[in-house]
Ligand binder design. Sequence first.
Ligand code: DHB
Ligand code: FE
Length: 280
Amino acid sequence: MAEIVGGAAMSHVPAIGVAIDSGKTQDAYWQPVFRGFEFSRRWLAALKPDIAIVVYNDHASAFSLDIIPTFAIGCADSFAPADEGWGPRSVPAIEGHPDLAGHLARELVLASFDMTIVNKMDVDHGLTVPLNLMCGSPRAWPFKVVPLCVNVVHFPPPTGWRCFDLGKAIRKAVASYSSSERIVVFGTGGMSHQLQGPRAGLINSGFDKRFLDCIANDPESLARIPHLDYIREAGSEAVELVMWLVMRGALAERTTEIHRFYHVPVSNTALGHIVLEDAR
Ligand code: DHB
Ligand code: FE
């Protein structure tokens, strides 16, 4: 059967993609950011997963306000980088895994998660920036990707509990997938940030660090955080952190923290990153 061999969460700040695309990763501002992922890139290269399930949110790139799926799963053969206003990023096409995606869609719907099946979808910075952070800029991505989108841009987003439970259902579904493929799960977004209004630029490092402290072995306390607390404490876009809980739910009850990185500010946001494995 297929197996989940690790999990990671990371912010997906679009300015990171711009820094990569314009050759600025060694600038004084950016160097510490990319250094924070050096260990993670070695970890992932050594792990050699076959597939990554990338839990991210679309920022009105693939989905407009016409249709807003709460949970969507990308079942296509491949996914092109989205044009977010400046032309598509020149990163490799993302190869999908329609067979695993189809299995997940079936198992998750049967487990009462009403997934939207997406057979054609461009993917934005929410997915491509995490791939760069974890893999650098290779000619081709080293694994196939099942994109799993969560609506966190339009009220009402799903609760933290629902996301945590979705992760657990993904773990079960992977365990019933007859293949020897090894799978990592990424949860993207966060940490504290607010991009508009009088509180634009809000960063709450205390909130972020407590979140990082709890994700490995007290995720239930995080799953209980109501939307209003994210907004009040950590800014309107901090609710992206519910996607970390999908990743966490897909791991074992006890996990080992392999790596942690926190850096402020990156663009207007706090960048957080964690690497977890099931506890042995
Ligand atoms: C920004 C956008 C995001 O989607 C995000 O998660 C963080 C930052 C931005 O525009 O700076
Ligand atoms: Fe975002």
